[in-house]
Design a protein around this ligand. Structure first.
Ligand code: GLU
Length: 428
């Protein structure tokens, strides 16, 4: 259960402060990196389908661009707050740095619930968001992408608005676009596949055969769907998945102990990643409470929904069978929970490393757009696998050689790279 006082930005700053102290960063560098470089808050007035007008609140936070243009998604969520966007922007800076791609960190959001908006209304929000921020984003300034409840269609509406404003074709303005419209093959799969590339490497190191493992997933959106797919293709058995049910306003866990049937589940899932409960029961799935995903007797847990899911209230439900946690979501684990996980000796692949496949493929998408030449799928996935595998091993080598918690090792590599870039530019 999420605690109401949870503030992701406070958590992101605490994580940063702890590692900055270990690295011995000077005060000016700390002051620079623990807050965003810039942020924009704005109104997005929309004419609704019923003829009334409604004003939505939009944000873009640019945390740091010392290593390249800011990069990061745009979330549509009814509970969006600027502090959530600040935390996510900061995590994007560490994410692009840990996989060593030439980008910085940013994030955007709109306080809205797409469940209750028509496609026309969503299009108007996308275009309104771009009109408010067009001067401050762009292919060589800050490049948005999809995130929670935004898709390729939303990206294309945003691109279209940006190109109307500038009067030029700029396919590199935004990533996660549909195929044939400047999108890259593999981008849809990239985040989920990236999680499993790192999981595969971690299991090899732990001397565990993936074919003998079981896993439980939280969330059934884009990240989780493709993570489950590749994990099962590698021979693992995914036994449970939890997801939100907006009619009931709570989540449920769906379990089949001999393994989920992904295609069957996808057929009864809506575009928000919500499984139809009645149909799942008809197909023989056990329906358990939402939090049951974390209580399963499995080897691997994959939180791939929202932040603050493994926290002081839930961490003690993790069974002793769990050897590894691969974080598909951003910020799923709180600092209190990290301490318990560490004491239980569970190997963690931290969020900004595990889920960096999405932004890495976004970077490939930009490169393809800028050269106007598109790569075949196997080329994209091979390049993605190489980057994720290399990044995983640099973090795990540092963690093992210095006896560090994996999250701290990933932070040390990322923060050092960004701090170095700021220093070399003469900022601090
Ligand atoms: N929203 C994704 C993330 O959190 C992808 C960002 C991007 O592709 O720029 O990593």
């Amino acid at each position: 259960m999420a605690s109401t006082s949870f503030n992701p930005f406070v958590m992101a700053q605490q994580q940063f402060d702890a590692v900055a102290a270990k690295l011995g960063l000077d005060q000016a560098t700390c002051d620079l990196l623990r807050n965003p470089d810039r942020e924009y808050h704005f109104n997005i007035p929309i004419r609704m389908d019923d003829g009334s007008y409604k004003v939505f609140r939009g944000f873009r936070v640019q945390h740091n661009d010392a290593r390249g243009p800011c990069k990061g998604g745009i979330r549509f969520h009814p509970q969006e707050t600027v502090d959530t966007v600040r935390a996510l922007a900061m995590w994007m800076t560490w994410k692009t740095a840990v996989v060593d791609i030439p980008l910085g960190g940013g994030k955007g959001g709109v306080v809205c619930d797409p469940h209750h908006l028509s496609l026309r209304e969503q299009e108007a929000i996308c275009r309104g968001w771009v009109r408010q921020i067009a001067r401050n984003v762009g292919p060589i300034q800050d490049v948005p992408a999809p995130d929670v409840m935004t898709s390729g269609q939303h990206m294309l509406w945003m691109l279209d608005e940006y190109e109307k404003i500038t009067g030029m074709k700029y396919p590199g303005f935004i990533t996660g676009k549909p195929l044939g419209m400047g999108g890259s093959l593999g981008r849809t799969e990239a985040t989920g596949f990236g999680v499993i590339y790192t999981l595969r490497e971690a299991l090899k190191e732990l001397n565990i055969d993936i074919q003998n493992t079981t896993a439980s997933f939280q969330g059934f959106g884009n990240v989780s769907q493709y993570a489950i797919k590749l994990y099962m293709d590698y021979g693992g058995t995914a036994i449970s998945v939890s997801c939100w049910d907006h009619k009931e306003q709570k989540s449920f866990t769906y379990r089949k102990k001999d393994g989920l049937n992904l295609n069957e589940l996808l057929e009864i899932t809506n575009r928000f990643g919500e499984i139809d409960r009645q149909k799942a029961m008809d197909l023989g799935y056990e329906v358990l409470p939402g939090e049951a995903w974390i209580e399963q007797e499995v080897d691997i847990l994959v939180p791939a929904a929202l932040e603050n899911q493994i926290n002081a209230n839930t961490v003690n439900s993790i069974k002793p069978s769990v050897k590894l946690i691969a974080e598909g979501a951003n910020g799923p684990t709180t600092i209190e929970a990290d301490q318990v996980i560490q004491s239980k000796n569970i190997w963690v692949i931290p969020d900004f490393l595990a889920n960096a496949g999405g932004v890495t493929c976004s970077y490939f998408e930009q490169v393809q757009c800028n050269t106007n030449y598109y790569w075949p799928l196997d080329e994209v996935l091979t390049k993605l696998d190489n980057i994720m595998t290399k990044a995983y091993h640099s973090v795990s080598e540092l963690a093992r050689s210095r006896n560090l918690y994996m999250r701290d090792a990933a932070y040390m590599i990322a923060i050092s790279r960004v701090a170095e870039a700021c220093k070399m530019r003469g900022w601090v």
